[in-house]
Design a binder for this molecule. Structure first.
Ligand code: HEM
Length: 418
């Protein structure tokens, strides 16, 4: 078993400052969250923003119309102005990200969300479910004879991209480079991107944009039963999406749905292997899977934090958040708040009243939650049911260097041949 609760709660230093880059925090953030929730729930952090760790506060802020999304494309614009002196720019990255729902506020958000959600809802999740099961089976089949596999690098990393390629109607043979682009563009969410990283993402945006424009042109000529065609055709109150908006939305859907879904598959198997009674329960009662996935999302949430800025001054628990202040909402902490969840550090697949906010809440509630709720249960049940005597093959795990997502680099396991 990997001791994920190594650090005792009372061992957190009394002068603790929120630092998501700290190696110990990365390995196990939960005792630190617990300290902040108890001692400084509205914490002014070293990153120059307010760190919110309690469930009630996070939920209230997510629903507060006085709070805006963090304007990420603006930060790219500022960097681009600086680069202009060196005859370089981030124009492609700015164009690629400027229609992402994550960075929009009403009324722009309302219009874009209405159109993208309408196109997305038109896709049949029932049909997708049988395709996801086929993808999971195909991935596992050649690995089953090996008695060992890496849950993350052999399995979880492939499921979401394969599903996304099918959903969007992109050619199967392009999967390798589309996955590379989507992974790299995911760093758009990282508020502390270096100039070098932004230039890399700018280059990827250029290539990805040309590729998607070509796909759009094809589908305009020959419509297909897929999401890109649906985005081309969707209309809401006389409004339609431009090609630039479709390109930006496809990049957004790829980036938003790939890393998050891959990470919850890895995090879930690790959590189950660390709680063998719960693994056994799921093995014996596979029909519990949907409830189990909600608990796994709560227990080790893939999106650990989301960012906002205050459009107006706010008062929360006696502290004043000034206009323009940066707010870091720790969803991973909110989902472990004892004021909201009984025995929150316990993985309990039968937990009732599980109102977790792993998909956030309010107007930015995850657009892909319904898809994730089909994809993740199939992926986890396939692994749990098809791999007998699943065991961890390592005693220390490592996470990707991303402050927003809790994403294992790898998770080697062993199992018996059925
Ligand atoms: C387990 C997997 C997933 C998790 C944990 C997750 C989590 C989240 C969270 C926390 C947000 C809110 C962000 C914010 O408030 O700033 C969000 C928004 C969003 N998610 Fe997901 N997500 C997952 C899967 C997906 C998938 C599969 C897709 C699409 C294919 C997707 C597309 C989106 C989009 C487009 C938004 C922006 C919605 C808006 O701003 O209106 N997500 N997601």
């Amino acid at each position: 078993m990997i001791p994920t609760q190594q650090l005792e709660r009372n061992k957190v230093d009394q002068s603790y400052q929120f630092n998501p880059f700290d190696a110990e925090f990365k390995a196990n953030p939960y005792p630190y969250y617990d300290y902040l929730r108890t001692h400084d729930p509205i914490h002014w952090g070293m990153l120059g923003g307010w760190v919110i760790t309690r469930y009630a506060d996070a939920k209230a802020i997510l629903k507060d119309p006085r709070v805006d999304e963090a304007p990420m494309p603006d930060s790219f614009r500022k960097k681009s102005q600086y680069l202009a002196k060196k005859e370089r720019d981030l124009e492609a990255l700015i164009l690629a990200s400027q229609h992402w729902l994550f960075f929009l506020n009403p009324p722009d958000h309302t219009r874009m969300r209405g159109l993208v959600a309408k196109a997305f809802k038109g896709q049949s999740l029932q049909k997708i479910a049988s395709e996801i099961q086929a993808i999971a089976n195909q991935l596992l089949l050649p690995l089953k004879a090996e008695r060992t596999l890496d849950i993350v690098t052999d399995f979880a990393n492939f499921i979401p991209i394969k599903v996304m390629m099918k959903l969007m109607g992109l050619p199967k043979q392009d999967e390798h480079f589309v996955r590379g682009w989507v992974r790299d563009i995911f760093s758009i969410f990282d508020p502390l991107n270096s100039l070098h990283k932004c230039e890399e993402m700018n280059q990827i945006s250029l290539e990805f944009r040309d590729y998607l424009q070509h796909q759009i042109n094809q589908k305009r000529k020959q419509p297909q039963p897929d999401l890109i065609t649906a985005l081309l055709e969707v209309e809401d109150g006389g409004e339609k999406l431009t090609d630039a908006e479709i390109i930006s939305s496809c990049m957004m859907l790829g980036a938003a749905g790939e890393g998050t879904t891959a990470s919850i598959i890895g995090n879930s198997i690790l959590a189950l292997l660390n709680h063998r009674d719960q693994l056994e329960l799921l093995k014996q009662q596979p029909h519990l899977i949907n409830k189990a996935v909600e608990e796994l999302l709560r227990y080790d949430s893939p999106t650990q934090l989301v960012l906002r800025t205050a459009r107006e001054p706010l008062e929360i628990a006696g502290k004043i958040i000034n206009q323009g202040d940066f707010i870091i909402l720790c969803l991973g902490s909110a989902n472990r708040d004892p004021q909201q969840f009984v025995d929150p550090d316990q993985l309990d697949l039968l937990r009732s009243d599980n109102q977790h906010i792993a998909f956030a809440t309010g107007i930015h509630f995850c657009l892909g939650a319904a898809l994730a709720r089909v994809e993740v249960p199939i992926a986890i049940n396939t692994l749990v049911q098809q791999l007998p005597n699943l065991q961890l093959a390592i005693n220390r795990v490592e996470y990707h260097d991303n402050v927003v997502t809790r994403f294992l680099k790898s998770l080697p396991v062993t199992f018996d041949v059925a």
